[in-house]
Design a binder for this molecule. Structure first.
Ligand code: GUN
Ligand code: ZN
Length: 486
């Protein structure tokens, strides 16, 4: 466990946060995108998009004797024409693509430090998503040995380089948890989650979410997390909501070379477009035809829209509306929706991170019924001290009937019964729900009615509500419970 304060949290929502990461070339605000810059290219043009930090591949520099010497002489910042923060990757990705590379872990780690990288990465092994558990475990053990070896070589403070400890483990939850526990034990100031590019390429977002969360479970909550290879703006909101802080993106260029026009709500093919649904400096002055004939323009648009999405996410975190943004974004693709479904099965974990009080709760689809606030409310139903007769009713029925009671609970999906005294309190009070709640909200509300009754076996309950509730609490009448259908 390391005690240096390189990462400071400014604000948070769900498991996402706005943070400040201190590097030797300045403080960067997260969530942040690191555009991938090829060795030899000029990075200075990336400023105009709002980039504060970039990433390049130290192995590709190392492999070319000319670039290697230049980088050693000038430093990697001058080599790329960039005076801001800069991360280098180690060649692990080449290892994944071509299964072999010609450099040792210790050599490439030292090289990153020599050329003045602000964040360096050991030569982790990105395991395939198709290998057996035992093989993934063996590769993970090699990765962990390399992390240990790198840790012995680099002292972040002395060497001016943050060393990152990448989490591998293929798609196996226990291996991801083990990797995170061991990497934390070795101690890093930044933890990338690796080996996930194939999951994203294949739209396996349910698996991606599980990989992220099983890694997060055993990492220090306050440590910054990099999601390796995530460059499509439509996944940023979900990934940030699960606690990812940094994204490296080659996607803006790769997609552009393939004629793909990115947007936070999905991908368009520039070949087929007649209109440009974006107001970035590229799109506001050009036609689809211009972008078809100039792939650099298309790449620029892809970057503008990616940075815009990051700003939108930050504002959502400030306003405590990130969950709602995620619900909108996952509608871009059914596989992303699957990702959110997989995330809500970790509701208890997310609940532990989510700040307690916000100003609003907008019900924006069935997943709202599994929001941390709703889970937390259900978990706290045992906190009410009740006696005598409890009336559970809806606001509308309350105005029509006059029933004697000692405690008054109002019914509001998805929370279910809440004491009238909490009407002004977050989350129940300021929650905005549609007049006709959906099935999921009614199910959760109904189950909370049952729970409240079970928790108070000596209390008499009178439930007075509309027929719509019959499908959810129709069978509840017995002994201590009387029901009045209105
Ligand atoms: N780039 C994309 N995926 C990975 C990964 O798993 N490890 C490293 N070091 N770089 C990557
Ligand atoms: Zn645009």
């Amino acid at each position: 466990m390391r005690m240096r304060e390189v990462f400071e949290l400014k604000d948070k929502d769900v498991m996402g946060r706005i943070g400040r990461l201190k590097t030797a070339h300045g403080v960067i605000e997260t969530p942040a995108i690191l555009p991938v810059v090829r060795p030899g290219a000029d990075a200075s043009r990336l400023r105009k998009f709002g980039a504060q930090i970039i990433i390049t591949n130290a192995y590709l520099i190392y492999r070319s004797p000319e670039l290697r010497n230049q980088a050693r002489d000038l430093g990697v910042h001058r080599l790329l024409g960039w005076d801001g923060a800069l991360m280098t990757d180690s060649g692990s990705y080449q290892l994944y693509e071509y299964r072999a590379i010609e450099v040792e872990n210790s050599e490439i780690v030292r090289f990153q430090q020599e050329i003045g990288s602000d964040i360096g990465v050991p030569l982790d092994i990105p395991s395939s998503i198709y290998i057996s558990h035992s093989r993934a475990r063996a590769e993970l053990d090699r990765t962990l040995n390399r992390l240990r070896e790198a840790r012995e070589l680099i002292d972040d403070e002395r060497d001016g380089m943050i060393l990152a400890g990448t989490i591998q483990g293929s798609i196996y939850p226990d291996l991801r948890e083990y990797a995170a526990r061991e990497a934390s034990r070795i101690g890093f100031d930044l933890y990338p989650i690796g080996g996930v590019v194939p999951l994203m390429e294949q739209y396996r977002y349910g698996d991606l979410v599980r990989v992220i969360l099983h890694s997060k479970i055993n990492l220090e909550p306050s440590a910054p997390i990099h999601l390796f290879g995530a460059g499509h703006p439509m996944v940023f909101a979900l990934a940030v909501a699960l606690g990812c802080d940094l994204f490296d993106s080659a996607a803006y260029a790769l997609y552009a070379s393939d004629g793909r026009y990115l947007s936070p709500s999905g991908t368009y093919f520039i070949e087929k477009m007649e209109y440009l649904p974006c107001s970035c400096p590229v799109c506001s002055e050009r036609s689809p035809e211009d972008l078809r004939s100039d792939k650099d323009l298309l790449a620029d648009h892809n970057l503008y829209t990616s940075f815009e999405e990051i700003r939108r996410i930050k504002e959502a975190i400030r306003e405590k509306r990130l969950w709602e943004l995620v619900q909108m974004r996952v509608r871009s693709h059914p596989s992303l929706l699957e990702g959110l479904k997989s995330a809500v099965s970790f509701a208890d974990l997310i609940e532990r991170f989510d700040p307690i009080s916000k100003t609003s709760f907008f019900y924006s689809g069935p997943e709202s019924s599994r929001r941390p606030e709703v889970i937390r409310y259900s978990n706290r139903l045992d906190r009410f001290e009740l006696g005598g007769t409890v009336l559970i009713t809806t606001e509308r029925v309350l105005k029509q009937l006059n029933i004697e009671h000692d405690h008054l609970f109002l019914l509001k999906p998805p929370f279910g019964p809440y004491p009238v005294e909490l009407s002004e309190t977050y989350p129940v009070g300021p929650s905005e729900i549609p007049k006709t709640p959906d099935h999921e909200a009614m199910v959760v509300a109904g189950s909370n009615v049952r729970r409240l009754i079970e928790l108070n076996p000596d209390v008499r309950f009178i439930i007075a509500c509309e027929q719509e509730w019959k499908g959810y609490i129709g069978d509840i009448e017995k002994g201590q419970v009387e029901v009045v259908w209105v």
